[in-house]
Design a protein around this ligand. Structure first.
Ligand code: FMN
Length: 344
């Protein structure tokens, strides 16, 4: 296995039962870093103290063109936070979380303390934990098999019970079609934006990359040879029409199209959206369901209000997700745990 995929070999057998709480936190972080992140930037830092852990946004890994407000950056950190909390619970550590504990520090997203050490994990906790190393973003086509109502409600429950975060299924054929058009429009607009292309090209790598972040071409279904030229194509060719056609087909073949949305649109809402996203994806993965994202209308400001109008929501759409039954795909690289941990 390539070095940059080592993070995925983590196993519960490695839990340092007799280690200090610091060593245990470090182990929990091994699962946190398997979370998804925009362009696989992994924009998080975990500061481990004697009895607590601070989660910081690493804004040096920001994507100023696609994500100028660090909205997706904080969603990514929220996903990592859920993985961390799920892992703590699995090992009997009941977490206590304080969000944005310091008014003057916007980078400090959460502080996690251990409330009790004899927590009994629920069946859901166990499912979520076991799913962490198998979750992937799957951008390939899915099978026609539908996601039934019972399974949908499991996903909905996994997205959490916070009434300020909603998982919205796009059922109507007309709305799906109009949403597809917005996504296609987003593809074309993004491909015509040179800064967008330059930024993306920096994070897309050939399949044989040794880079520990970013997206190898195989995650887009590219063979080795094509992937070699992918940063060049993205940076120099007009790929908008190709991507738009591809996305249309992917949506057409996806049994479920959904939006994750929040009541408000501030950093805390983004963090909670990310937490909800990870729960949803872990449950989906456990059920054998794949997911990928079609966030273009949320990333192109001109399309954002059109999307809200289309789905008739007074909430703020944060993620557009397609789900369906797909084959397991290869994991993407991760940085080493040592690269994201600061000892406090
Ligand atoms: C907030 C956020 C936004 C994302 N947006 C997109 C997107 O618009 N298109 C896409 O193909 N993948 C998107 N992704 C998926 C990431 O590229 C993916 O998580 C990352 O490459 C790591 O791969 P993995 O999920 O398979 O571990 C997004 C992920 C997150 C957390």
């Amino acid at each position: 296995m390539r070095n940059n995929l080592n993070a995925w070999t983590v196993s519960e057998n490695h839990f340092p039962s007799f280690g200090s709480i610091k060593e245990k936190f470090k182990f929990f972080v091994r699962y946190a870093i398997l979370a998804p992140s925009g362009h696989n930037t992994q924009p998080w830092i975990f500061e481990v103290h004697e009895e607590s852990l601070n989660l910081y946004a690493d804004r040096t890994r920001a994507l100023p063109v696609i994500d100028p407000d660090d909205r997706e950056l904080i969603i990514s950190c929220g996903a990592a936070l859920t993985n961390l909390l799920v892992t703590m619970k699995y090992f009997g550590f009941e977490p206590e979380v304080t969000y944005f504990p310091e008014e003057t520090d916007n980078d400090l997203l959460a502080t996690v303390k251990v409330k009790t050490r004899d927590y009994q994990p629920s069946d859901d906790d166990k499912i979520f934990f076991k799913a962490i190393p198998n979750r992937r973003t799957n951008r390939l086509p899915y099978a026609e098999e539908i996601i039934d109502e019972i399974t949908f409600s499991k996903l909905n429950n996994a997205a959490g019970s916070d009434p300020e975060i909603r998982f919205l299924k796009i059922d109507s054929k007309e709305t799906r079609e109009e949403m597809t058009k917005l996504i296609e429009q987003g593809d074309r607009m993004q491909s015509q934006n040179k800064s967008f292309c330059r930024e993306l090209a920096q994070w897309v790598h050939p399949n044989r990359t040794s880079s520990k972040d970013g997206i190898p071409g195989y995650a887009f279904g590219m063979g080795d040879l094509i992937s070699f030229g992918s940063p060049f194509f993205i940076g120099n060719l007009n790929w908008g029409d190709i991507q738009a056609g591809r996305d249309r087909n992917l949506i057409k073949g996806s049994p479920l199209l959904a939006v994750l949305e929040s009541k408000n649109n501030k950093p805390l809402d983004w963090l909670k959206t990310g937490m909800s996203l990870s729960g949803l994806l872990l449950r989906a993965s456990w059920e054998g369901i794949s997911a990928s994202y079609l966030n273009q209308p949320l990333e192109v400001p001109e399309l954002f209000d059109k999307l809200r109008e289309l789905i008739k929501t007074n909430y703020y759409p944060q993620m557009i997700i397609r789900l369906g039954y797909g084959k397991q795909v290869k994991a993407t690289p991760r940085r080493d745990v040592e690269d994201v941990i600061k000892l406090g």
